[in-house]
Design a protein around this ligand. Structure first.
Ligand SMILES: [Zn+2]
Length: 351
């Protein structure tokens, strides 16, 4: 098996193959970098590389076959580590979650000092909603490797948020007591805000939300929802928020709604004009703006605006877009459902 593959690589010319391999984007290869770099000079590495290539191409069955066979060979501990880890990753990618879990547990058993097994198992648990187990595993991973502490922190905050939703504020408090972000995180303030509202301290909840929005003006939507559900939103609060975090679509939308409810069309129109002239385009707000203009008798202005905007009006809608991978969704989440990066979904109006 080994010799045949070696032949194959030889025929293709070493430099061509190497360049090709260099360009490979193997998932989490950056994380397995301390394990020997892939080289085509040794058959083991060539096989692992081939398995990873097949995985990237979606040929999971072939990839698994190679890795399973490799596992049966005489391997050095480092090689075994790489095979078991990749087996788990391919099983996971292929949807064999049980097998992936099995492989990772085997990895933990054989290499208790290797952080990646805990880390990958933690992600697996997180994906099936078992956040408590995920946090435990990440504690272990982060204790072995500093770079996992960010994942641990976010997962803890996510878990705390879930506790609050389930009415277990006691558990959330206990969890958050040990959380101490080195850099200010919007998600941290979001969870704290939720927690304070949940235990009947709306003023603190509001202050936390305000801090979070100030920190991340593009994430106002989830914070506004917390304030709205916890204590309601008033014009005063919304104006304060816009002063601290700027005028964002969700803020303007709510403010306009409140103005119109109290029949203050003038303020609504003024605000909409300011927002529209700021360069943001939101079909629903723009429509409202034109309607109010029309109603106030400024019909010439409506016509002017419309002419300038006809090209803009096609199929624009609001979406949350991942700044990391470009994924689009209409529901906000702190974690991108596709690339799993944290706090990367931002609200925008692009199509
Ligand atoms: Zn993403």
């Amino acid at each position: 098996m080994f010799s045949r593959l070696k032949e194959l690589f030889k025929r293709g010319g070493a430099s061509g193959v190497e360049n090709y391999l260099k360009k490979l984007s193997v998932s989490r290869q950056d994380l397995i970098k301390e394990i020997e770099p892939v080289s085509v000079d040794t058959p083991f590495n060539a096989y692992v590389t081939l398995a990873l290539l097949l995985k990237e191409k979606g040929e999971f069955y072939k990839s698994l076959k190679i890795l399973e066979r490799l596992k049966g060979e005489e391997l050095s501990p480092e090689e075994r580590k790489l095979v078991v880890l990749n087996l788990a990753l391919v099983y996971r990618a292929a949807g064999f979650i049980d097998r992936a879990e099995e492989a990772l547990k085997e990895g933990i058993e054989q290499f208790p000092g290797e952080s990646f097994f805990y880390y990958e198992l933690a992600l697996l648990k997180r994906d099936v909603g078992r956040l408590e187990e995920s946090v435990e595993l990440l504690e272990k991973a982060a204790s072995l490797k500093e770079e996992f502490s960010d994942e641990l922190l976010h997962t803890k905050l996510y878990l705390a948020s879930q506790y609050i939703d389930k009415g277990r504020t006691d558990k959330a408090f206990r969890l958050l007591r040990k959380v101490n972000p080195k850099v200010p995180l919007p998600l941290f303030y979001y969870v704290l805000s939720k927690l304070y509202y949940a235990v009947g301290e709306p003023e603190k909840g509001y202050q936390m939300a305000l801090k979070g929005m100030k920190l991340s003006p593009k994430h106002t939507a989830p914070f506004l929802q917390v304030i709205e559900e916890g204590d309601g939103l008033s014009v005063e609060k919304l104006l304060q928020i816009s002063k601290e975090a700027g005028l964002s679509y969700p803020v303007v939308l709510r403010l306009v709604k409140l103005y119109l409810e109290s029949n203050d069309k003038e303020s609504a129109l003024k605000l909409l004009e300011e927002f529209v002239d700021g360069g943001e385009f939101w079909a629903d707000l723009y429509e409202l703006y034109l309607r109010l203009l029309w109603e106030s008798g400024q019909r010439k202005k409506v016509v002017d605006r419309l002419e300038g905007l006809l090209s803009h009006l096609k199929n624009r809608q609001k979406v949350f877009r991942c700044q990391n991978c470009g994924f689009k969704t209409d529901t906000f989440d702190w974690m991108c459902p596709r690339c799993r990066s944290w706090e990367s979904l931002e609200l925008n109006s692009e199509n």
